[in-house]
Design a protein around this ligand. Sequence first.
Ligand code: PHE
Length: 355
Amino acid sequence: MIAKSLNISLMSNLPLKERIDAIRLEAESEFKKATTSRDLYDLKVRILGKTGSFQSVMKEMGSLPPAEKPMAGKLVNEAKQALEALYSQCDESLKSAELAAKLKAESLDLTLPGVPTPMGAQHPVSLVMEEISMILSRMGYSVRTGPLIETDRNNFEGLNVPKDHPARDMQDTFYIDETHVLRTHTSPIQVRTYENEKPPLRIAAPGSVFRCDSDVSHSPNFHQIEGICVDRKVSMADLKGTVTYFVGEFFGKGLKTRFRPSFFPFTEPSAEIDCQCAVCKGKGCRMCSDTGWVEIGGSGLIHPNVLSFAGLDPKEWQGFAFGFGIERMAIIKYGINDIRLFSDNNVRFLEQFSV
Ligand code: PHE
């Protein structure tokens, strides 16, 4: 439209000054009407550019009588400068309006709720394993670990369970080959430790273990933590004192422990450890089958054969060991009623344990 309204040929009969004024007036009103800096720029090119309306007027100046040329040149230059100044002014105000609009559109509303980032949580088994390791660390125990595939020697022989001995049937074992098994307990870490470290020793051995066993309360893969103390003059009293203190730290003070005679090939005497039910505090509930007590692990004084196998003189050194099932500890602590929840990977169950 501007090209049409500034069509020089329509006005070419008019005297030069009037034509310049007409172009200027028209251009001024068009500049002011421009709503974007882009439109404004296009207008400027059409009017002041090389093929623009002004250029055609300037070309015609060549045919004017020489006396009129300076005056005409002055008129053209003045008009051009005035238009350029107006352009800059309009351009500046359009651009600042555009910037303001852009900033407004992109502004952050700090009152909007944020987009939540999903957070992972530690698995309750890792959490309990870590917590027990921390408690034992505070009691002077150092954490040691071992491989999941163990030698028959470390898993059985070094723990007073010779080949073809009936005690092997106590643990349903996954055999890898003649001499390797998926470790059935964390006790082989004891045998490994004796090879590299000399007593006095206080060791905590956490980890994953495997048994060829699966029903509602047994999983073929579960977790244990074992505590081992080897020193001079160690007795059952030390074991009881240690375990009772540990139970108070883990489940809360005031829960009693009791020891029931039992049998493990690698301890003598051996005892099953019961703890007052942490859910009902010993009153009796579903968790403890109304007995007020729950079994949390096995224990005993380290068998002299285990010490001799490790090259330690049982007359000089004695020791105690206790082993807890991690899932069992977690079940009691958190009142969980199904062991399968630990391996179902249901996020709604797992995220409850985030700290
Ligand atoms: N290793 C035994 C088991 O898995 C538990 C245990 C550990 C018993 C230490 C006595 C001493 O059944």
